[in-house]
Design a binder for this molecule. Structure first.
Ligand SMILES: Nc1ncnc2c1ncn2[C@@H]1O[C@H](COP(=O)(O)OP(=O)(O)OP(=O)(O)O)[C@@H](O)[C@H]1O
Ligand SMILES: [Mg+2]
Length: 251
């Protein structure tokens, strides 16, 4: 694995019911970058994320994360390995019967033997980070949509994962809440050194946070490069993405 690469995917192929969704996908992700996976609906973005997360077995190709080929991961090391991967889904629902504090504490309670006092301190630190310091005793039903997302984000990062995966985290948020969520993601990158891989359709978000763009089309990575090179790309489908997404304005 190349130094500084925290993810390397080589020749990943995925078929569902004999239909080839990913034909030959190769890319790498550098440590400390926010990488955005772009592509049309059904192009296979979530499928890529799910393979990175080990939710499906790798049938063909190699998926290497944190210097580990996930196909050769030993069962006894699986839990420790996957706990290093933070996950934040668009419907990353919290449990309604638990307070925000207890929701965020769950992974610590399930996977560590830390004393309650320390767990509470760690939860409060993360709630501060996502600007929800006053929500510790609130229930999910008492939070706004943006607050719910930030609470789910706090839970996703409670174990300080070096890698965070997000699938459309901003879906359904108003522009102000979306910008706040983006700012948080940048904070995770800049203050905690987290590497973030995100699927999103929100062009405003992409322009704010993406270091690198991976564009999925026809089962392959049709574009792989920096945000600024993506904006200058002559690839028609990628161009459309940016022009349609910004209402036709070129900025
Ligand atoms: N578990 C599965 N079984 C069968 N087909 C699947 C499965 N998961 C995904 N697919 C198919 O694979 C293709 C890619 O799906 P995927 O969810 O990765 O798309 P996507 O790029 O994330 O789309 P969207 O932007 O709409 O979320 C789709 O045609 C989908 O129907
Ligand atoms: Mg998807």
């Amino acid at each position: 694995m190349k130094q500084n690469n925290i993810i390397e995917v080589n020749h990943l192929k995925v078929s569902f019911d004999e239909r080839e969704v990913l034909k030959d996908v190769s890319f790498s992700v550098s440590q400390g970058d926010v990488t955005v996976i772009l592509g049309g609906s059904g192009s296979g973005k979530s499928t890529i994320l799910k393979h990175l997360l080990g939710l499906f077995p790798v049938e063909a190709g190699v998926v290497n994360l944190l210097d580990q080929d996930i196909a050769t991961l030993e069962e006894k090391n699986e839990l420790d390995f996957y706990l290093k991967l933070g996950v934040f889904y668009q419907n990353g629902a919290l449990l309604n019967s638990l307070t925000v504090g207890d929701n965020v504490a769950l992974p610590l309670e399930q996977h560590t033997d830390l004393p309650p006092r320390l767990i509470e301190e760690m939860v409060r630190t993360k709630l501060n980070l996502v600007n929800l310091e006053d929500a510790y005793y609130l229930y999910p039903s008492q939070l706004s949509g943006g607050m719910l997302k930030r609470a789910a984000l706090a839970r996703a990062i409670i174990l300080d994962p070096p890698l965070l995966f997000c699938d459309e985290p901003g879906a359904g948020l108003d522009p102000v809440s979306l910008a706040a969520l983006d700012e948080l993601i940048l904070k995770l990158r800049d203050q905690l050194g987290m590497t973030v891989v995100m699927v999103t359709h929100e062009v405003s978000s992409i322009l704010r946070i993406a270091d690198k763009i991976l564009f999925v089309e026809d089962g392959v990575i049709g574009f792989d490069g920096t945000l600024s090179s993506a904006r200058k790309s002559s690839l028609p489908s990628l161009k459309d993405f940016f022009t349609v997404g910004t209402g036709g304005k070129k900025g």
